[in-house]
Design a protein around this ligand. Structure first.
Ligand code: SF4
Length: 328
């Protein structure tokens, strides 16, 4: 049986949280959640596995799916600076972790959160709000800021030595970097949050939600890849930017999507999602051709596949300005 779970991203703070607890002789398990953008893609998560292995702790990887969408469609506590519903996201993830904690017979969940490090989810009042709303009152431990927060049950009952935890607050990572150096810890580069915290993906997300409020997991996943174009209220084209994205898009189209590829030259994969008129198919072919070596040709042949049928259309490669007007 384990004493506790540690929410584990492989980043500096979660690695330190795990190390602080393990150094006290506690038996812990790392829990890593994979955002829906990357779930179900057959990824190996080798980095996360490596950081857990170096710490010498077992790891459980959980791939998030539809539940994440229900939350992000209408977050109770709103979005952060961009389309990041960080408070709701933390709550939902911790609720999932609470179920795992119960099934593992563990008595606490620890996170790498630092009071005041991030504007939305790590303000002290929000740390307490997340603890209450996730149903983890008294059993949610933040080892890096523990001395600044109310003692949790495992600290009160002596399972965890509060004196050996930290009392860090704020955005500076100086103390953490020093700690990692002293203990020879391996961790990933500090990241600023998921892609929903970035301007461009956030804009794409809000645009998609405005045209298709009932967006699916397949729609959501596509936000992380390719160039996106709005070709009609219910029609979007996603064009790969490079070979790795070609491979991803190849895995991601659904049976109703149109898939466009150059018939005679190499070029990117285009997934066209929604009902398309012949004119819109023509437009999608033109835009796709813009991102090939044949962009200056008068005409190109584009292969279109959908639902088991395929046909060729001839299109004029679109100009840059034409594409930019349609770009999301
Ligand atoms: S940055 Fe993204 S993954 Fe992290 S809490 Fe916010 S919404 Fe969730």
């Amino acid at each position: 049986m384990i004493h506790g779970l540690v929410m584990f991203s492989g980043g500096l703070d979660s690695v330190i949280a795990a190390h602080l607890l393990k150094s006290q002789g506690l038996s812990i398990k790392a829990l890593h959640f994979v955002l829906p953008f990357y779930s179900g893609m057959g990824l190996s998560h080798s980095n996360i596995k490596y950081y857990a292995e170096v710490l010498g702790i077992p790891l459980m990887i959980v791939e998030e799916d539809e539940e994440f969408l229900n939350m992000i469609r209408d977050p109770r506590f709103g979005y952060g600076k961009n389309a990041n519903p960080c408070i709701d996201c933390r709550i939902q993830r911790l609720q999932s972790a609470a179920k795992i904690m119960a099934s593992e017979g563990a008595s606490f969940i620890a996170t790498g959160e630092v009071a005041g490090q991030r504007p939305m989810s790590q303000r002290v009042d929000n740390l307490y709000k997340i603890e209450t709303e996730s149903g983890l009152k008294g059993v949610l431990l933040r080892p890096l800021s523990a001395k600044l927060l109310n003692p949790t049950k495992p600290e009160q009952n002596g399972l965890i030595d509060r004196e050996k935890l930290m009392g860090i607050s704020g955005r500076s990572r100086k103390v953490q970097i020093e700690y990692a150096k002293t203990h020879g810890l391996k961790h990933s580069t500090p990241a600023g949050g998921c892609m929903l915290t970035n301007v461009d993906p956030a804009r794409r997300f809000l645009e998609m939600a405005s045209f298709k409020p009932e967006f699916t997991l397949a729609d959501f996943k596509l936000l992380a890849y390719g160039r996106h174009f709005r070709l009609g209220p219910g029609l979007k084209a996603i064009i790969a930017r490079n070979d790795p994205e070609n491979m991803v898009l190849e895995k991601m189209f659904t049976k109703d999507d149109y898939v466009l590829q150059m018939a005679e030259v190499t070029g990117p994969y285009c997934v066209l999602r929604g009902d398309a008129t012949p004119e819109q198919l023509q437009l999608a072919a033109s835009v796709t051709a813009r991102y090939t070596k044949a962009r200056n040709d008068a005409e190109v042949k584009v292969k279109v596949e959908q639902g088991g049928r395929s046909f060729i259309i001839t299109a004029r490669p679109a100009g840059e300005q034409e594409c930019e007007k349609l770009r999301i």
